[in-house]
Design a protein around this ligand. Structure first.
Ligand SMILES: Nc1ncnc2c1ncn2[C@@H]1O[C@H](COP(=O)(O)OP(=O)(O)O)[C@@H](O)[C@H]1O
Ligand SMILES: [Mg+2]
Length: 285
């Protein structure tokens, strides 16, 4: 069985997608893992980072995205074809093999409201949050890790992600507004875990866009580390850097090292990925 990890935060722009994409690339490219990425965010950023805007448009036109899965549930149709929807061997880095992707779609924006309304109807509730888990069940064993990029809310798509997640990570920029909602996310995930009868383990908070020279960033990290409600701040911080920002652009790279550069950011991502593996091993057994 794969380890399923959701990336979740209530704030947008904290580096959630950048982190999910990078960790997938290092899991596959450096640690030899087979990875499935699931993009649940209507922004489709993870999708375009991995396959580019043109290929995404084609998937979207053919309805080979996760939106079709949710639309089926709402409309009573059976258009979602899992094997066609999974994009194989994605990532623009030539020497990275072993990442597949279930692409996202802008159509999720409209579907979210319909699915939220459906969730309120008590008899459909369990079904509405279990759609993703059920749909992916036939293929999960192909992978060592499934990483799920959730939208910046705890709405129906995030709940679908959490319903199949063993664990989650919370990325944050170490500043006042980005860290504000962390306890709220933790509480909502814990409540949801109680509701579905199992705990979804917090692997930790991941510091992103860290500026070592910023007194605010230093102080915020210290505060988070002292905070007893934060179970764990992972020891490797992703620094704010042009090469990490540029990773958002779909462009061909020969190697991961070429993509993340030669000024320490390759090592940050690699060591962070290792830290996540260690946490998952320790906490999930
Ligand atoms: N460590 C970093 N250094 C520089 N830019 C970053 C870094 N992490 C993310 N970015 C940029 O910040 C923006 C928001 O990041 P993104 O991963 O899309 O956040 P989220 O998914 O939380 O909305 C993007 O333009 C991304 O390229
Ligand atoms: Mg994002």
């Amino acid at each position: 069985m794969p380890t399923v990890i959701a990336t979740i935060s209530l704030k947008g722009g904290v580096g959630k997608t950048t982190l999910t994409a990078g960790v997938a690339e290092f899991l596959a490219g450096v640690f030899g893992k087979r990875v499935l990425l699931v993009d649940l965010d209507a922004q489709t950023n993870l999708t375009t980072m991995m396959i580019g805007a043109e290929a995404w448009l084609e998937c979207n036109q053919d309805r080979r995205t996760v939106a079709t899965l949710f639309a089926d549930a709402l409309d009573g149709t059976t258009d979602f074809d899992l094997d066609r929807a999974i994009a194989r061997d994605v990532s623009p880095v030539a020497d990275v093999d072993g990442i597949d992707l279930l692409p996202s779609s802008l159509d999720l924006i409209e579907l979210q409201e319909e699915l939220s309304a459906r969730r309120v109807a008590a008899d459909d509730h369990a079904e509405a949050i279990g759609l993703l888990r059920k749909a992916l069940a036939p293929i999960v064993d192909r992978y060592d890790h499934i990483l799920i990029d959730c939208p910046p809310n705890v709405g129906p798509f995030s709940l679908n992600g959490l319903a199949m997640a063993d664990a989650y990570i919370i990325p944050t920029i170490p500043d006042v507004l980005s860290t504000y909602a962390i306890p709220h996310v933790q509480r909502q995930v814990a409540d949801f875990g109680a509701e579905i009868g199992r705990s979804i383990v917090e692997l930790g908070v991941v510091i992103s866009k860290y500026r070592p020279s910023s007194a605010l960033h230093q102080e915020t990290v210290r505060r988070l580390r002292r905070d007893p409600t934060i179970h764990n701040v992972l020891p490797i911080y992703l620094h704010e850097a042009n090469v990490i920002g540029a990773a958002a652009e779909y462009a061909p790279w020969p190697t991961l090292h070429a993509k993340y550069g030669y000024h320490g950011h390759y090592e940050q991502f690699r060591d962070l990925t290792r830290a996540i593996l260690v946490e998952a091993d320790g906490k999930l057994g």
